[in-house]
Write a new protein. Structure first.
Length: 132
């Protein structure tokens, strides 16, 4: 084991890339979904090549929404490589009516993928009321 450690190469320092949706305020009526798109090609446009993001370790999505019952909301994230990650499953016993305020949803399921390209965030309302 120590022989392997002598040749170990660390990964580069952490870099991050951020984006926001172009139309973040939508009403999601009962039993429907809305898709929000984000382009993260700017991750590779950083002039400092040491700060470019080329491989994902984790993805955080910050969401603010209101809902009659937040347990009826499902959230999925599609990466540019078409990997779908469920960020929030339906929760039948979550009857909270406060929604989420700048709530961080995190996934490491996309580890190693490229962040470059079109991302899609699908927010589904499986309940009878509307959400925003």
């Amino acid at each position: 084991m120590t022989w392997y450690a002598s040749g170990w190469q660390n990964v580069p320092a952490m870099s991050s890339c951020e984006s926001t949706t172009s139309n973040p305020k939508k009403t999601i009526v009962a039993h429907s979904a809305e898709i929000f798109s984000m382009d993260l090609n700017e991750c590779k446009r950083n002039s400092d090549t040491k700060r470019q993001v080329n491989h994902i370790e984790q993805v955080q999505v910050f969401i603010t929404l209101t809902a009659n019952f937040r347990g009826t909301i499902e959230i999925y994230l599609d990466s540019p490589a078409n990997t779908t990650t469920q960020l929030l499953p339906k929760r039948d016993h979550d009857r909270n009516d406060q929604g989420f305020s700048n709530w961080a949803f995190l996934t490491v399921q996309l580890w190693g993928e490229s962040p470059h390209g079109q991302w899609r965030l699908k927010v589904s309302n499986t309940g009878d009321g509307s959400g925003k």
